[in-house]
Write a protein that binds this ligand. Sequence first.
Ligand code: ZN
Length: 338
Amino acid sequence: MKTFLINEPLDMHIHLRDDDMLKLVAPLTSRDFSAALVMPNLVPPITSKQALLEYKKRIKQACRDDTFEALFTLFFKDDYTYEFLEEIKDEISAIKLYPAGITTNSSSGVSSMDTKTLKPVLDAMSKLDIPLCVHGETNGFVMDREKEFMPIYESLAKAFPRLKIIMEHITTKEAVQLLDKYDNLYATVTLQHLLVTLDDVAGGMLNPHLFCKPIAKRYEDKEALLNIALKAHPKLMFGSDSAPHPKHKKECCGCAAGVFTSPIALQVLTQLFETHNALDKLNDFVSLNAQKIYNFKPLKKTIKLIKKDFKVPNFYEYKDEKVVPMYSGETLKWSIEV
Ligand SMILES: [Zn+2]
């Protein structure tokens, strides 16, 4: 096969940041995707209608692309009122919950995952049909954090059966198993978690550009994720979790968590699905599943992939900063026709 078409590609978990970084990375997403679900963990996080509308405006200006739609999330707080949520409902696609302090800019997240504390807001969201996206990690040992969060997902899924709960960026076989246990549980998976394990991050020379939260796990976890992605499991969506940081914040002591994948995601996914003879499932994985789960029709946009070498740039640049993508300097087998 020499060409492959992806219709209405969707990235259901993206960090577009703000200011100059936003101006650099937003056009890279709007070029390749029809829509993307933008995460709200800025400093301060997006928790009001005014902050949301202003961020929307900045993103629209940065994208400069009329075949791209940014979808928005609000940063979960357990004291939102029903009236507030009803008023903001049409401006957002979901609300994102972070346990406090678990990842980049999440210090104002929720400190208790107790279903009683969360009940008023989650009842309101169920009624208003607003999906809940969750960064599912505890404060436990780094390799066990996601696994330890599974009982919390179960208690949420049971207590709020009408709430759509999306387990964001799943990284373990335990999360894969849980996906089929409750009708109202869904998941996103990133590019890097289909490709790397902890060995690639820290097994040899440390690779800070593959360091992210949740951290890449074991071989059997990666295989479990890859298996349901290649089948385009109907409850699984692509969400890159592309999370750019300036190079000096990655290549240092105290390396920031996040892998920057948006400019290479579709090329690498095409290569990966081709290798596994699963190209016929790629459109479901990267678009149709999310359309059904989020119940929306994206803008028409077809991305044509060509089997032609693509040398990934060493870095992308803005002002005096550089941002290093995954596979920096390496050659991929597929490129996007421009
Ligand atoms: Zn994220």
